[in-house]
Structure formats: C-alpha cells, structure tokens
Design a protein around this ligand. Structure first.
Ligand SMILES: Nc1ncnc2c1ncn2[C@@H]1O[C@H](COP(=O)(O)OP(=O)(O)O)[C@@H](O)[C@H]1O
Ligand SMILES: [Mg+2]
Length: 318
C-alpha cells in the first residue's frame, strides 16, 4: 500500500488511502508536491487545484489521486477527439473516515476541480444528511430525495453519515431514499456527482444493503485519523491564516491535551481537525477578553495565544 496510492480490489473498486500515518511526518507534509515545470500552459486548472490541496496537511495519496483523475479525464477527451473509445466511468465516490478528517473540505475542492475541467457545470456542493432525504409518509422520501438531486445538478451531492439511511430495516423510509439515489445516479450520472461519506465500518455494512450499490462507487477514499503532529500542524495553519501564534507554553499544552484527548475519546467522538478548530476559536475569544482586562494591545499581545487562554472542550462539541 505504501508505494501504491491506488489499488484495484477484486470487485473493481479502487481503494485509496489518503493519509498513511507512518510516512506523514510534519516535514513530509510541508514538501511541495508540484508538477514538473514543463507542464503545458493548458493545465492551469490543475495547478490551481494543487495549490489549494497544498494547504491541506497530509493526504498525500489523495493529492496524487486527484491528479490521476485529472489526467484520466483529460486523456479521455483527447481520445474522444481522435475518434477512440473514451471511458465514461461514473465519478461517484465514497469517503470513509471519522469526523473532522477533511471529507467535506476535499469534496468542496473536487467540485471546484471538476468545474474547471467542465466535468460539472457549476461545481457547487450540497451537503445533506438523513433528515434532508427521508420524509414522513409514503412518497414523501422519493420527492425530498429528487428535490435534493435537482438542487445538486451541475455539482456534488454530499451525503454525510450515509449509512444512517440503511438503519431501521425494510419498513424504514431510508430504503426509499437509497433506491431513489441509485436510480438517479444512473440516469443522471454525468450531471451530478454523488459522494457518500461516513465511518468506514458502517459504510461497508451499508454497501451490503443494496446489491447494486458497491459497483456504483468506483472511487473509494479513506480518510484516516490525524496524528498529534498533523493536528498541531493543522492548528498552526489555521492560526497563521488568522494572524495568530501560540506561545511555546501554549503549544506544549495543546500538544499534551491532544495526546490525552485522542487516547481517552472514542475514535468516533474525537473530531480531528474540527476538534482543533473548536479549541482555537474558543481560545481566540478568551484571549480577547484577557487583553481587554489587561488593557494590553501591543502587536505581540494581539497575535499571541498564551497557555491561560486555551479553552479545552470535552468530546465532539460542534
Ligand atoms: N488535512 C487538513 N489540513 C488542514 N485542515 C484540515 C485538514 N483536514 C481537516 N481540516 C480542517 O478540519 C475541519 C474539519 O474538516 P471537515 O472537512 O469538515 O471534516 P469532515 O467533513 O471529515 O468531518 C475544517 O475546519 C478543516 O478545514
Ligand atoms: Mg463533513
């Protein structure tokens, strides 16, 4: 797996690990992974997307995969122009991973890439969950699901915790939502892209519920949990973006906290990047209050988060 970002499984699915823990030292994640200088001018779309992907910590496999999808679509257009057979593979995807591992962020970037490549006409992202699809009476669910697909045309329909549609068994309206989705992802397969997201295990179970489901998602992306080093790097980039820095005490305190939070919370409760974002946003507000009380506003005061400013949240609070 280390050498191969992509792997064909027996069932024809392509499996990608985004972010293998072993090789992702912070140093690695900072290495620019850019294309050769000689790339023709026309690949400007890819360059722009690479830059956006470069802002994300880790995910080396996904970055590679996005380039490969780009190349594949591009070459298919050339083949078509030459009168050769062009692969018309559907681009529906499955994102497997715990909360806060970057699934929504990557979906949004993929929407932009496909817009630039004319694969999608709008490239927007509609985020939905069970309640947006499942209705209260017979026929309601199909209607809600169709409406949502209509809104997504030209873009991406991203269904979070998609496995929850499979809960509740035969009588549940979730099944109706799945059937409607499956029907439309065939009929309108080049008008929108469906991305189903959720925990790995639940998603595997979900796929067994409808026999046609597995083969309809040729692209499967794995989003592993981040290491503490990666979480620290994510936090630093978030702060850098907002023009804040951590004091060395604060940095140590966050690192320790992340270690213990990762160990004590269940994998599903620890929300990775979102957990870090929540801590930092609360801490920025508490720093502001401190500055107000101290009446100190030097440049250094304004940009520095000190250890006493840190507010640690319990669990996976949004
Ligand atoms: N690799 C990464 N690099 C930088 N920030 C990240 C990364 N992964 C996640 N984040 C940040 O963590 C937060 C949660 O990410 P999100 O994409 O919403 O996760 P998910 O959809 O998997 O729950 C966002 O603020 C996002 O910007
Ligand atoms: Mg999300």
């Amino acid at each position: 797996m280390e050498q191969q970002p992509m792997r064909m499984k027996n069932n024809g699915q392509i499996s990608i690990v985004l972010n293998s823990q072993k090789r992702n030292s912070v140093r690695d994640t900072l290495k620019p992974d850019s294309l050769p200088q000689t790339l023709p001018q026309e690949h400007v779309a890819l360059k722009e997307i690479e830059e956006e992907l470069g802002a994300l910590v880790g995910m080396e496999e996904m970055k590679k995969m996005v380039k490969e999808i780009y190349a594949w679509i591009y070459v298919n257009k050339k083949r078509e122009a030459m009168g050769l057979k062009a692969g018309k593979q559907a681009l529906h995807m499955m994102f497997k991973g715990n909360p806060g591992t970057g699934k929504t962020t990557v979906a949004r970037i993929i929407g932009k890439l496909f817009l630039k490549m004319n694969v999608l006409s709008k490239g927007h992202l509609i985020e939905a969950e069970r309640a947006d699809l499942v209705g209260e009476y017979i026929g309601h669910t199909a209607q809600k699901t169709r409406d949502l697909i209509k809104k997504s045309l030209g873009g991406i329909l991203f269904i979070d915790e998609a496995y929850s549609l499979g809960r509740g068994g035969e009588k549940d309206f979730g099944k109706e939502a799945i059937d409607t989705l499956v029907k439309h992802m065939e009929d309108k397969q080049h008008e929108f892209i469906l991305i189903l997201a959720g925990y790995s295990k639940e998603m595997d179970h979900f796929l067994t519920l409808n026999p046609g489901l597995q083969s309809r998602f040729p692209l499967v992306f794995h989003f592993p949990d981040y290491s503490v080093d990666q979480l620290m790097e994510i936090g630093k980039r978030m702060l850098d973006e907002k023009q804040y820095v951590l004091s060395s005490d604060a940095e140590r305190k966050i690192r320790d906290h992340l270690h213990s939070a990762k160990n004590s919370l269940s994998p599903m409760a620890f929300s990775n990047g979102r957990y870090v974002r929540n801590i930092l946003e609360k801490s920025i507000r508490s720093q502001a209050m401190r500055l107000l009380l101290e009446n100190c506003y030097s440049r250094n005061d304004l940009i520095t988060i000190r250890s006493n400013d840190l507010i640690f949240t319990k669990g996976n609070s949004e």
